[in-house]
Design a binder for this molecule. Structure first.
Ligand SMILES: Cc1cc2nc3c(=O)[nH]c(=O)nc-3n(C[C@H](O)[C@H](O)[C@H](O)COP(=O)(O)O)c2cc1C
Length: 201
């Protein structure tokens, strides 16, 4: 019996090691690369085709947003999918940055759900921005372009869309199929050097 255990132990240890090595390899060669491809290829699309995005794709993009982390998992986001003729016309009225998109997400947070920060603050803008980022990257993964937009009149958006008082609009994101001539802006690849923005302590 002892001899059997002695023989089996190194075998188990060896299997475990192999498994770990395999896991490490998967992470390095597959997951990171796929994500980095998406992150590197995505750019802010500023000319959209008029083709509507299929509901199936919108569902997947929204699902990616649902998976995003939020402070204390409060999930204060409220996302409006603006795609009726009326809603898109209103978006064009309260923002100059719809870029011809036939639909847009309006990202808001709900003051009744948001996690408070200190005396007067909250995590709403941060939460919503992380949700947007998840959705922006999943959209690109599905061949859908986006542009995060801060240039819009929040009060006007609220009034025109008839949003309740507790809902705070933070960012607009037109999305859709990029037009044939869509291309990244000159700013897209103007990255600062890593050593200017990262410091190891
Ligand atoms: C918080 C935020 C607000 C932005 N607001 C606008 C905007 O109002 N109009 C616009 O055209 N792009 C806007 N952008 C897009 C940025 O200009 C763009 O992400 C940046 O220039 C880098 O280019 P890239 O997205 O193509 O990599 C915004 C991006 C962020 C993150």
């Amino acid at each position: 019996m002892l001899l059997l255990m002695a023989l089996a132990l190194p075998l188990c240890a060896c299997n475990g090691q192999k498994k770990d090595q395999k896991n490490e390899q998967t992470v390095e060669t597959t997951v990171k690369k796929d994500f980095m491809d998406i992150a590197a290829e995505r750019y802010s699309v500023r000319h959209f085709s008029s083709q509507a995005v299929e509901q199936e794709k919108i569902d997947l993009i929204l699902e990616a947003g649902k998976l995003a982390p939020t402070a204390v998992n409060s999930q204060p986001q409220m996302i409006y999918v603006l795609r009726s003729e009326d809603a898109v016309a209103k978006a064009n009225q309260f923002s100059p940055c719809m870029y011809g998109a036939p639909q847009a997400f309006l990202f808001c947070y709900d003051d009744n759900r948001v996690c408070r920060r200190g005396e007067n603050g909250n995590f709403g803008e941060i939460d919503v921005t992380i949700v947007l980022t998840h959705m922006m990257l999943e959209a690109w993964n599905l061949g859908i372009g986006t542009c995060p937009v801060g240039t819009f009149r929040q009060d006007e958006a609220k009034t025109l869309l008839g949003l309740p008082d507790n809902i705070h609009p933070i960012l607009l994101m037109p999305f859709g199929y990029p037009a044939d001539d869509a291309k990244p802006s000159d700013r897209h690849k103007a990255y600062r050097n890593m050593d200017e923005m990262v410091e190891y302590k």
